[in-house]
Design a protein around this ligand. Structure first.
Ligand SMILES: [Mg+2]
Length: 401
């Protein structure tokens, strides 16, 4: 517990860091837009804030300050992204106009010979998302509206990672989710695979059959193999699972194994999905051009940010494919989905167990009602930190002096 004195100085500290958003951000937005001063806005400071909860849980948020305008906030961000932001990107942001993001993204993508993947582009994603939040606060609009969206609600699918697959528990959970209004459920078939042989295939098909029997024909069922299969196993499973009409089979193979994706897509009527490990539009283009997948699951915190995911949506629309972003997080994903035609982006992933605590430090929890997520009408992504949950907040750095 923080005593009264400590609490007062703590709150003062939060305010000094600009953590307590709300009407202040809107008021700032009105004056910036009204006077046309947003053209002169410059980024003055970039901070990675480490939040520690009263339960000792920690999370990192990226904050981008401007000269007199609002600040952009995005998180939680992954450790790997935070380290790269701190070591490689921070300095390049100072003095940038936050509205000039396309040229900045391109410049930074060209700035490293290793920019095509992994932690570098995760860091670029975090910056891109924080800048989208900042622009939302400058103009007083939610990000999905800035992107040209008109849907204020998006349908979520129940992502069932971590639930028991013991038959009676599986049946009960699937029926419970159906009663809660989820019309789509994704289950995981990652515990067996080739080393289990035909018995493994048998068990993984049984999961599909039990679920179809549990929910009937009016719930879409999807399956995620988490990279664990090979082509023979996938072919055996899809041949037998087709009768239960799955909506997709996800990540049967490692993303590097493009040929196996092509072969499986050629052989099965079940749409094949992947993409949470796509970095940039070029990875997506390679898979779509080859006819390897029908569902693109690029993650806006890993693939290059909101800006890149929007480009990926355009690319997917050319190929008649869906973009249903990976759901390890929700802010950026749900705003992009809401900004796109429903034919391109019909769903967002909602990881039921993870999301119950993932946004622990925020005032507004993202919880689907009847399987529907409502977009916030607050500026940017609508993130407001909840000081009652925060025991400590401080900028952190990994720079070597
Ligand atoms: Mg997955």
């Amino acid at each position: 517990m923080i005593d009264r004195m400590k609490r007062r100085s703590f709150l003062t500290g939060l305010a000094a860091m600009g953590v307590t958003y709300g009407m202040g951000a809107r008021a700032g937005a009105v004056s910036a837009v009204g006077s046309g001063k947003q053209e002169n806005l410059k980024i003055t400071k970039v901070e990675i804030l480490q939040l520690t909860g009263k339960n000792k849980k920690k999370a990192l948020y990226l904050k981008v300050h401007t000269n007199g305008g609002p600040a952009g906030l995005y998180g939680p961000i992954d450790n790997e992204a935070a380290i790269f932001v701190d070591r490689f990107f921070k300095r390049s942001l100072i003095g940038q106009n936050p509205l000039a993001y396309e040229a900045y993204w391109d410049k930074m993508f060209r700035a490293s010979r290793h920019s095509r993947g992994s932690h570098y582009i995760m860091a670029l994603s975090a910056i891109d998302n924080a800048l989208w939040d900042l622009r939302g606060r400058i103009f007083g609009l939610p990000v999905y509206r800035l992107l040209g969206g008109s849907r204020s609600k998006v349908r979520a699918y129940a992502s069932c990672l971590g639930f028991s697959q013991e038959p009676s528990a599986l049946r009960a959970k699937a029926q419970e989710l159906k009663r809660q209004g989820y019309r789509h459920q994704k289950w995981f078939v990652r515990d067996r695979g080739p080393k289990f042989g035909p018995e493994g295939v048998e068990e993984d098909v049984k999961v599909v059959r039990l679920l179809r029997e549990a929910v009937g024909d009016d719930v879409d069922l999807m399956f995620d193999a988490f990279w664990q299969w090979d082509l023979q196993y996938a072919l055996a499973w899809t041949r037998r699972a087709e009768q239960y009409n799955p909506r997709w089979i996800e990540e049967p193979f490692q993303t590097a194994n493009l040929d196996a994706f092509i072969e499986l897509s050629r052989e099965t009527s079940i749409p094949v999905a992947t993409g949470e490990h796509f970095y940039g539009r070029w990875d997506v283009h390679k898979f779509l051009k080859a006819g390897a997948i029908m569902v693109v699951q690029a993650d806006p915190e890993w693939c290059g940010g909101v800006s890149e995911l929007v480009k990926i949506c355009t690319l997917a629309s050319v190929h008649g494919a869906n973009v249903i972003p990976h759901g390890h997080s929700l802010h950026a994903a749900m705003h992009v989905v809401a900004s796109q035609p429903i034919e391109v982006c019909p769903l967002v992933e909602y990881l039921i167990r993870k999301m119950s605590s993932y946004y622990n430090f925020e005032k507004h929890q993202l919880r689907p009602v009847d399987g529907i997520l409502e977009l916030p009408d607050r500026p940017g992504f609508g993130i407001e930190l909840d000081e009652s949950k925060i025991a400590d907040i401080r900028p952190v750095s990994w720079r070597q002096s």
